[in-house]
Design a protein around this ligand. Structure first.
Ligand code: CP3
Length: 340
C-alpha cells in the first residue's frame, strides 16, 4: 500500500494524499446517506452505512487512504456520558466531569461497547481496493478530557485549565483512564483490519509548553509505544494541533507527525523531518479557490520535495461548504506534481 509504505519512508510512485474529515457534509453523497441514517450518531452506529461513507472519498476523490467514519466522542459516550450533536453548535456532553467521583463513575471498558466500529472496519476493508489503506483513529486523552470536563467545545478551556492548576491529580486520573481505554480501542481497530492509526489532539494548543508535555504529549507517546510494541507493522500517526512553538521538545516512538496549517512546513522539517515522516499541512480554506489551492500545493512540495518522508494532507479538517471539484483537483495535482 502506497500510503503505508510512505509512513515507513519507503519509495513510492508518488506522494500519497488523504484529507482529515474527508468524509462529510461537503459531499452530497454523504448527506444522502446521513439523511437515510436519520442523524450523525445513528450513522456512526450503523456499520453498513458508516462503511459506505468511509468509502466515498476514495471513490469520489481517489485519495490514497480511507479514514474510518466515526467520531472521537464515541469513547466518552460509551464510558457512560450522554452525547448530543446540536445543529450548528457542535457536540455536547451532559453532566461534565468535575471531580474524582465523576472520574470513578465512568465505565472502564468502552472498547467492549464499540463493536459497531470494528464491524464497520471489517466491511470497509473487504470493499476497499487492495492498494488503498484504511486509517483507524482515536481522540487523544487530552482532547477527549477537554470535551468531558468542559461539556462542549470551548473558547477559554477555563474548567479543564482550572483542573490543570488546582487539581492535577483528578485530571491525571481521568487521563490515565482514557489512555487505557484508547490503547485497548486502537488495538481492537488493528485486529479488525485497519492499516494505520492516527491520534487527534485537536486542543493541544490550549496548553502552555510544560503543561502540554505533562498532560497531553506524555500520554500520546505512551499509547504509541504500547501499539508499536505489539504491532510494529502498523504506522502510528500523531497529530497535536497548534504547537509550532514546542516542536523542539517532541520525542517518542511513532512513525508520522501530523503538521497543522499554523506550523510552517519548513520549521517542522528542520525540527522533526529526520526522525519522523511528516504529514500535512495545507490550510483547508485554500480549497475555496483553485489558484489558492495550486499555490498551497506548490509551496508545500517545494519544501518537502517530490520524495520520501512526506504524506500530503490538509493542516486540519475539511470544511462543510468546500467545493468538491477543488478537492478532486487537489488530489490530481499532488499525484501529478510528485510522480517519480
Ligand atoms: O472523514 C473523517 O475524517 C472521518 C471521520 C471523523 C469525524 N470526526 C466525522 C464527523 C473524524 C476523524 C472525526 C474526529 C473528530 N471529531 C475530531 C478531531 C479532528 C478535528 O477536527 O480536530 C473532533 C474534535 C471531533 C468532535 C466533533 N465531531 C466536532 C467538533 C464535530 C463538528 C460539529 C459540527 O456540527 O460542525 C463533530 C461532528 C462530526 N464528526 C461530523 C463529521 C462528518 C459532522 C456531523 C454531521 O454530519 O453533521
Amino acid at each position: 500500500m502506497i500510503f503505508v509504505d510512505a509512513c515507513f519512508r519507503k519509495k513510492t510512485p508518488y506522494t500519497p494524499i488523504w484529507m482529515m474529515r474527508q468524509a462529510g457534509r461537503y459531499l452530497p453523497e454523504y448527506m444522502e446517506v446521513r439523511n437515510r441514517a436519520g442523524d450523525f450518531l445513528s450513522l456512526c452506529k450503523d456499520p453498513e452505512l458508516a462503511a459506505q461513507v468511509t468509502l466515498q472519498p476514495v471513490e469520489i476523490l481517489d485519495v490514497d487512504a480511507a479514514i474510518l467514519f466515526s467520531d472521537i466522542l464515541v469513547i466518552p459516550m460509551e464510558m457512560g456520558m450522554e452525547l448530543h450533536f446540536q445543529k450548528g453548535e457542535g457536540p455536547l456532553l451532559e453532566r461534565p466531569i468535575r471531580s474524582l467521583d465523576d472520574v470513578e463513575a465512568l465505565y472502564d471498558y468502552p472498547e467492549e461497547r464499540l463493536g459497531y466500529v470494528y464491524e464497520t472496519i471489517g466491511i470497509v476493508r473487504e470493499r476497499l481496493p487492495k492498494e488503498k489503506a484504511l486509517i483507524g483513529f482515536s481522540g487523544a486523552p487530552w482532547t477527549l478530557a477537554t470535551y468531558m470536563v468542559e461539556g462542549s467545545g470551548s473558547k477559554t478551556y477555563a474548567a479543564i485549565k482550572k483542573m490543570v492548576y488546582t487539581e492535577p491529580e483528578v485530571l491525571h486520573a481521568l487521563l490515565i483512564k482514557l489512555s487505557e481505554a484508547i490503547k485497548a480501542y486502537l488495538l481492537k481497530q488493528i485486529e479488525a483490519g485497519v492499516n494505520a492509526v492516527q491520534i487527534f489532539d485537536s486542543w493541544a494548543s490550549a496548553l502552555e509548553r510544560e503543561a502540554f508535555f505533562e498532560f497531553s504529549w506524555s500520554y500520546m507517546v505512551e499509547i504509541a509505544q504500547f501499539l508499536k510494541e505489539r504491532h510494529p507493522e502498523i504506522p502510528v500517526i500523531l497529530f497535536p494541533k497548534g504547537i509550532a512553538g514546542y516542536l523542539d521538545g517532541i520525542y517518542g516512538q511513532f512513525d508520522v507527525f501530523g503538521v497543522d496549517w499554523g506550523t510552517p512546513m519548513e520549521l517542522a522539517k528542520r525540527e522533526l523531518g529526520e526522525r519522523y515522516v511528516l504529514q500535512g499541512n495545507m490550510e483547508p480554506a485554500r480549497l475555496y479557490d483553485r489558484e489558492a489551492t495550486k499555490k498551497g500545493v506548490e509551496e508545500i512540495i517545494e519544501v518537502m520535495g517530490a520524495r520520501e518522508g512526506h504524506i500530503f494532507n490538509l493542516g486540519h479538517g475539511m470544511l462543510p461548504d468546500l467545493p468538491v471539484e477543488n478537492a478532486k483537483y487537489l488530489v490530481e495535482l499532488v499525484h501529478d506534481l510528485t510522480r517519480r
